[in-house]
Design a protein around this ligand. Structure first.
Ligand code: SF4
Length: 296
């Protein structure tokens, strides 16, 4: 695996009121080889490279992370997985994410993981240690309930079914898990059946919450890649996108209001939380003086 230079790895977070709360962001890897055809991290905004599908690691990552943690004036929750999956296939051998979790535990920070890989199950032991002092949550990004569609849009990572099983495994151990149904891809995953099934499976497998967006964002080379790959599996979709969304950044499902209503109805029926404010309230409960760290 190629190594790249980095000065810092754990940086301060920009506040985001829509998601699980976090104070810092950590990306050990650059690029991702999971091949999701809609991935926003492929756009030039995040990294100008024609090598996105090749995972690179930051040189001397663990020393830099340790120094970054020592320099923070306050402890807090660290998000990892925003622009590169921390559980890419290289992680199996390199164990950089696992070793970073050990540092995070030692310096008493919390963790919020976003991943599409069931490799995260391997680190359940450290997550259980972290949750003794600050929240440790695993957020599985899952956008479709069926594996057939999943293999077309996310070809090189655990299937949706495998991710739901990982939720069951981790939640069975007492780790808080959630589902991020983000993005919702118009003309592919924006069906009522998919929304209903996603909510049901999230609940049935032990997720404590589910988050939905009703759109996908598209920028520069990310859009070109998406349209090229989507056309192979969903003939005619490229023309539909060109007609409806032109060069728009936000490509929202034509029936997003209906989808949102169905989503809320399904969450109420299944008894799963979808309101991120109350999700954050419940995640922070019991952490005493640390509670203010993850409040809006
Ligand atoms: S797993 Fe995440 S970072 Fe990797 S290609 Fe898929 S969406 Fe992009």
């Amino acid at each position: 695996m190629e190594l790249i230079d980095a000065k810092t790895i754990v940086t301060n977070a920009v506040p985001n009121n829509n998601y699980v709360k976090f104070n810092y962001v950590m990306n050990i890897y650059r690029g991702c080889n999971h091949g999701c055809i809609y991935c926003y991290a492929r756009s030039n905004y995040y990294e100008k490279t024609d090598n996105f599908d090749c995972v690179r690691a930051k040189k001397d990552a663990l020393r830099i992370i340790r120094d970054d943690l020592l320099k923070k004036r306050k402890t807090g929750v660290i998000l990892t997985g925003g622009v590169s999956d921390p559980y890419n296939p290289e992680e199996k051998e390199s164990k950089l994410t696992r070793n970073a979790l050990e540092l995070i535990n030692a310096y008493r920070f919390g963790i919020c993981i976003i991943t599409k890989s069931d490799l995260v199950k391997r680190d359940a032991d450290i997550l259980l240690d972290i949750k003794e002092h600050l929240p440790a949550t695993v957020n599985f990004s899952i956008i479709c309930s069926d594996d057939e569609t999943c293999k077309k849009v996310e070809p090189f990572v655990s299937t949706s079914g495998e991710r739901f099983k990982a939720i069951e495994y981790l939640s069975g151990k007492g780790i808080i898990t959630g589902v991020l149904m983000d993005p919702v891809i118009p003309y592919i995953t924006d069906t009522i059946e998919n929304v209903q099934e996603m909510v049901k499976k999230a609940k049935d497998h032990g997720a404590k919450y589910i988050y939905i967006s009703t759109l996908v964002t598209m920028a520069d080379i990310q859009r070109d890649y998406f349209l090229q790959e989507a056309e192979k599996h969903f003939p005619g979709i490229s023309q539909k996108y060109k007609e409806r969304f032109k060069q728009y950044y936000r490509c929202r499902s034509p029936h997003y209001k209906k989808l949102w209503n169905i989503f809320v109805e399904s969450c109420v029926k299944e008894g799963i939380n979808y309101d991120m404010h109350s999700v954050n309230e419940s995640i922070s409960r019991g952490y005493g003086i640390f509670r203010d760290l993850i409040q809006p």
